[in-house]
Design a protein around this ligand. Sequence first.
Ligand SMILES: *Cc1c(COP(=O)(O)O)cnc(C)c1O
Length: 383
Amino acid sequence: MQLQKHSAIAKVLDQIPTPCYVCEEALLEENLKRLAYVQEQTGAKILLALKGFAFTPLFDRVGKYLHGCTASGLHEAKLSHEVMGKETHTYSPAFKESEFEEILSISDHVVFNSFAQWEKFRALAKERVSCGLRVNPEVSASPADLYNPCGLYSRLGITRAQFRPEQLEGIEGLHFHALCEQNVDALEAVLEGFEANFGAFIPQMRWINFGGGHHITREDYDVEGLIRVIRAFRARYNNIPVYLEPGEAVGWQTGPLVASVLDIVENGMNIAILDTSAEAHMPDTLAMPYRAQIRGAGEAGEKAYTYRLGGNTCLAGDIMGDYSFDAPLHVGQKLIFEDMIHYTIVKNTTFNGIKLPDLGVLRKDGRFEVVKEFGYEEYRRRN
Ligand SMILES: *Cc1c(COP(=O)(O)O)cnc(C)c1O
């Protein structure tokens, strides 16, 4: 299990309304500084992948260090353009004609997922943005099929068998995205496959995008190794510009979700009902699946008092897991679910009418602020 960075949440816990995601500015900045160091050392440009972290109240921090955002379609491109206002790189598994003009007007790079899409949009796109193709290097060691872009029958990226060298006129870049929460060894394996399959076309390109999934801000990530790999790659291809687009690594361990105990019931064991939901507010605990860490809690049975923690929806499986505590839980007590900023807020739903957690920021000077509040309106508009 990963060590938590030095969170300062405990000092402001009584000010936090629940449920609330709290992003800690100081921890986000630590991540951004590490990413900036990789940029400095390699000349690579790093973009924020909005899919994993779209916390706009701190986009000014992100934009200070990174070059812009990577978007997966019109809405993310608009968010990048409107709020960050730096480079916008847009890739989509398939672009729609009705949205394409607007995407062109706000994007710097547009990456196509097939030659059919490239043919369809080539005339419109070629003069206005830098066009690229997403390829499938057919190498990956992603931990779960749900998150493996290079798995069997993947729709994401062009395989070598489908690649048409005679249709590259106007293509300036190649893009791959093959990693998920991985270290440099996995990137090296992917690069080997990428170069074996597509290396012959790299010299005619103006940029290469290494996608996301680089867990650069994780404690055990080999940052110096990444720097060596990028430098060596660039050296092999006449100093070609390289982009990286991590999402999770930007928001990694930058803050918790804080929830309160609403009731405690008993049915063969003690069960605490919280004012949050695994299904709606921390969906990867069910989808990945993984077990969230709770500050001060242990595995079931490890400490004196064990509880099953459940959400406040009517879904039977809306369970965060079984946890133990040194003292009995009580109604009104706040629990801190660690590392709940990336891939949670962006996936939230109003399932069952449950309230979306508010968004809070813990500033560097120790001040806590609620920056977005949600209520009935969010549910009403969608139903
Ligand atoms: C999801 C995604 C990313 C970011 O991946 P992380 O695992 O969050 O770093 C980058 N590029 C593309 C194309 C993606 O789909």
